[in-house]
Design a protein around this ligand. Structure first.
Ligand SMILES: Cc1cc2nc3c(=O)[nH]c(=O)nc-3n(C[C@H](O)[C@H](O)[C@H](O)COP(=O)(O)OP(=O)(O)OC[C@H]3O[C@@H](n4cnc5c(N)ncnc54)[C@H](O)[C@@H]3O)c2cc1C
Length: 398
């Protein structure tokens, strides 16, 4: 296994770096790197800049308007975008429902939805989890009953990321309740402006609003919005979850956080010296840096395995756990850097154009929220406990 980049890959990296440096709007970059609030419009603007360059869909085949890149190219692209301060490309349309439509969707569904995902004319959200169905997703209860040419959908979804911005939701619903719970589930495409849908925000510990409850009360969904076969949605759902695990290592975020940690440790003082020069703090930063480096090599090995066509086993689960732990560790060190100034939080200062004051300065203001927000990485995309279960099954067969 040779993990060094080839001359072509180095050239590709340089090309991506130059493009992002030239085209990423400065206001978006400052928001992202400062861990400030990034708005819907910022994500859409950046996606359209990428789409105009032909780089809107790194993971899609060329036939559907994608880049047709291999895993190494996609990783280089992600790394460069992350390191320059680009907002992440929202996965719900691009890397969740789009691959499903390519595999299971009708020609009409592909023609209708794929171009609008690329241009981000549609914002998708994922309606899987319910109050009684998270890790145990097959126990979901939202019902869909075929009446005439429509499904009537009634139930509740929860933790639906960015439902407040979405105009479409792909949702798992129960279309039959006899037999195994995995049977009788179907995947429906539901317009968020349909009568009977209401979205209620969930405020998270950090004060942010990314997740929501979505209530569906006899919502009419045309039968042509069914993806795949009725009652066979579990197969489709599993295929989609396989795609949800892409970019699961969170390496870009680990590196971005590490960089921020060093920047802040250079500006914060301890006994008249920059904190970064304190030997004990320096040791902690060095240890985290080693963790990030090891994580990078583990990801490179995974990509190399993927490239060689070998099936992946427990590796994505291991990377997911490790990535979430490293992010949480850096979050803690950031709080240590800020000391007593970590606690006071001025909500208005999360906006880029804030001109007022904050107790510890604007660069420290987002850190407590960031620390709390980073807890979620261990939960979404399959909790770390569930990932450990998968590792156990795959390696030791328990
Ligand atoms: C920030 C965020 C965004 C999210 N976005 C979305 C979204 O857009 N769409 C969507 O559908 N969902 C979303 N989710 C939901 C997420 O997928 C679920 O929270 C996750 O699957 C866990 O389900 P749960 O919250 O019901 O917890 P539960 O499944 O009830 O788990 C509770 C605890 O028990 C543990 N546990 C459960 N089963 C086992 C087991 N078999 N072995 C060992 N331990 C176990 C879990 O690890 C956890 O610690 C999001 C969650 C978060 C935090």
């Amino acid at each position: 296994m040779d993990l060094r980049e080839s001359p072509e890959e180095l050239q590709f990296r340089a090309e991506v770096r130059a493009f992002v440096a030239a085209e990423l709007p400065d206001d978006i970059r400052r928001k992202v790197l400062g861990f400030l609030r990034v708005e819907r419009e910022d994500y859409v603007r950046w996606q359209r800049i990428l789409a105009a360059r032909g780089w809107g869909a790194p993971g899609w085949p060329v036939a559907h308007g994608g880049c047709g890149w291999n895993a190494v190219q996609r990783n280089i692209f992600d790394e460069e975008c992350f390191s320059a301060g680009a907002p992440r490309q929202m996965p719900f349309g691009l890397s969740m429902i789009a691959p499903v439509l390519m595999k299971y969707g009708t020609a009409a569904q592909q023609a209708r939805f794929l171009p609008r995902i690329l241009s981000m004319d549609d914002w998708w959200c994922q309606g899987y989890s319910e109050p009684g169905a998270g890790s145990d997703l097959a126990s979901l209860k939202t019902r869909a009953e075929l009446v005439g040419g429509h499904y009537l959908v009634t139930g509740q979804k929860i933790w639906t990321s960015f439902a407040q911005w979405a105009n479409w939701m792909f949702a798992l619903v129960r279309t039959a309740s006899d037999g195994k719970p995995q049977r009788g589930i179907s995947l429906l495409l539901i317009p968020m402006d349909a009568k009977g849908i209401s979205v209620r925000p969930i405020r998270t510990l950090d004060g942010g609003h990314d997740v929501n409850e979505v209530f569906l009360d006899a919502v009419q969904v045309p039968v042509e919005n069914l993806v795949g076969t009725e009652n066979d949605g579990w197969t489709v759902a599993k295929y989609l979850l396989g795609h949800e695990r892409t970019n699961i290592a969170g390496l870009g975020m680990c590196k971005r956080l590490l960089r921020r940690l060093k920047e802040i440790a250079r500006t914060q003082m301890k006994h008249g010296q920059p904190l970064i020069d304190d030997p004990r703090f320096r040791d902690k930063v060095a240890k985290i840096e080693i963790d990030v480096l090891a994580h990078e090599w583990a990801l490179a090995r995974l990509i190399s395995l993927e490239q060689s066509g070998r099936g992946l086993g427990a590796e994505p689960s291991m990377l997911k756990i490790r990535g979430s732990e490293i992010q949480a560790d850096i979050g803690e060190l950031l709080i240590e850097c800020a000391g007593p100034y970590a606690l006071p939080h001025v909500e208005a200062a999360m906006d880029l154009d804030y001109e007022g004051e904050t107790p510890g300065g604007v660069e420290l203001n987002p850190l407590a929220g960031l620390y709390l927000d980073l807890r979620k990485v261990a939960i979404y995309g399959g909790t770390n406990e569930i990932q450990r279960g998968l590792i156990g099954k795959s390696i030791v067969g328990v």
